[in-house]
Design a protein. Structure first.
Length: 188
């Protein structure tokens, strides 16, 4: 039987409140603005999960930014486990050659997505290439990734909200949380 989705009611626990996220995004924006003072920056957002983070972070940055969007998929298997497959669903719209590029991600889990993306983007000869992620889940890492800006390091739990989904739902929650176990039952 199909379960009725109850966006907030399906949440068992809030890990990061809206206020905590907004405060941290402001701090990241300040740090990035200092580090890139006097430069122009190209933000490459990795859709779809990073959309809210990108929207907030770019407005917290005070140096001139260009934005570009890529969409890659790493989750072919189930809703919560990586298939290890990375496919480009949407490529960059403009050249990044000679530009200072900052990849904006919502979460680094196994690292497979970013590992692929880093190699791909390095091949486009940017002047510099760094990574900013809202969430880092180091317990799940399969490949080592050097991350330049991290919002929060989180435990090994599947999280939703603020862009992150379970079965494409829950992205529009304003906080990051964990779902009730019954939501996963029979899902994925
Ligand atoms: C999620 C997330 C990262 C990736 C991280 O994307 O946005 O891009 O998985 O996982 P990894 O470190 O194990 O590779 P997903 O493919 O679920 O797409 P989405 O952003 O559209 O939800
Ligand atoms: C991908 C992903 N998507 C949503 N929640 C998580 O905890 C995730 N890890 N990797």
């Amino acid at each position: 039987m199909t379960r009725t989705i109850d966006l907030e009611g399906d949440v068992a626990e809030i890990l990061l409140s809206e206020a905590e996220i907004q405060e941290r995004v402001a701090e990241l924006g300040e740090r990035i603005s200092d580090d890139y003072a006097g430069q122009e920056l190209t933000l490459v957002s990795v859709l779809k999960g990073s959309l809210p983070f990108m929207a907030d972070l770019m407005r917290a940055i005070t140096v001139p930014v260009r934005i570009d969007l890529m969409e890659v998929s790493s989750y072919g298997g189930t809703s919560t486990e990586s298939s290890g497959l990375v496919r480009i669903l949407k490529d960059l719209s403009a050249s990044i050659e000679g530009r200072d590029v900052l990849i904006v991600e919502d979460i680094i889990d196994t690292g497979l997505t970013l590992n692929y993306l880093l190699r791909y983007l390095r091949g486009k000869n940017p002047r510099s290439l760094r990574i900013c992620t809202l969430l880092d889940k180091p317990a799940r890492r399969l490949v080592e990734i050097q991350v330049d800006y991290v919002g929060f390091t989180i435990p090994d739990r599947f999280v939703i909200g603020y862009g992150l989904d379970y079965g494409e739902i829950y992205r529009n929650l304003r906080f990051v949380g964990v779902l009730r176990p019954e939501v996963y039952a029979g899902g994925g």
